[in-house]
Ligand binder design. Structure first.
Ligand code: CA
Length: 237
């Protein structure tokens, strides 16, 4: 399951894409223009954006360029849709930072395949890739988490659930995750667990992080859930 933002002003196409994505188990948000798309991205960073080139007002191409420049949106996967099928347009789209490009009319089957491919490429938690954030370094292959910044790296001691939780948060930084989303993504959707369990493990994670002065990285967003953020400020001592 991924959170996908579909930016498309033609409602018939937007609906068709949304129906297919929802059918595949994704959570879909629609935006009809650049301003609306920007507002959605500001609220919650999506896992992927399907972005139409031709939009009323600011173009999708400009929007893609802006997102590539922003530190928060730089790594956000973008699949560009366009009525243009010229090679030069394709190059412009990819130059603007799109991860893939699809010319209209496209088959939804092909769009879904492209989305799967981009999500696979961008899913570091499946690849055992080392993740770094806010001075923390998490290595899934050795299951070690270290904090560096001082003279010597300090190692964190984490239980298996806290490790998975931290891994998920570090690979999906800056966005807010609700408790039920964390249960789905960290615990697995086949398990029935109370949402309060998430709070217990977040507290354990913060306790572990506080031993290396990093508890402030995990933020509580009142009424919404949790997020890990590099921009989080350390609480005054
Ligand atoms: Ca359009």
């Amino acid at each position: 399951m991924a959170r996908i933002l579909v930016v498309e002003d033609e409602s018939a196409i937007a609906e068709l894409v949304a129906i297919n994505l929802r059918h595949a188990g994704h959570e879909v948000t629609l935006a009809g223009d650049a301003a609306q798309a920007q507002a959605e991205v500001d609220a919650v960073l999506p896992d992927l954006v399907v972005l139409d080139w031709m939009l009323p007002g600011q173009s999708g191409l400009n929007l893609a360029r802006q997102w590539r420049e922003g530190s928060r949106t730089r790594a956000m996967p973008i699949i560009m849709l366009t009525a243009r099928a010229e090679e030069s347009d394709k190059i412009a789209g990819l130059d603007a930072g799109a991860d893939d490009y699809l010319a209209k009319p496209f088959s939804t089957h092909e769009l879904m395949a492209r989305i799967r491919a981009v999500l696979r490429r961008k899913a570091p938690e499946t690849l055992d890739a080392v993740v770094e954030l806010g001075g923390l370094r998490l290595d899934p292959s050795t299951r070690r988490v270290t904090r560096h910044g001082g003279a010597a790296a300090q190692e964190l001691r984490l239980g298996p659930t806290e490790f998975r939780l931290l891994h998920f948060l570090m690979t999906h930084p800056e966005r807010v995750h609700s408790r039920s989303q964390l249960l789905d993504r960290v615990w697995g959707d086949h398990v029935f667990i109370e949402e309060r369990t998430v709070d217990v493990h977040v507290k354990r994670l913060r306790d572990a992080l506080s031993t290396v002065q990093s508890a402030h990285l995990v933020e509580t967003v009142r009424g919404a859930g949790y997020r890990i953020s590099e921009q989080a400020h350390a609480a005054p001592a």
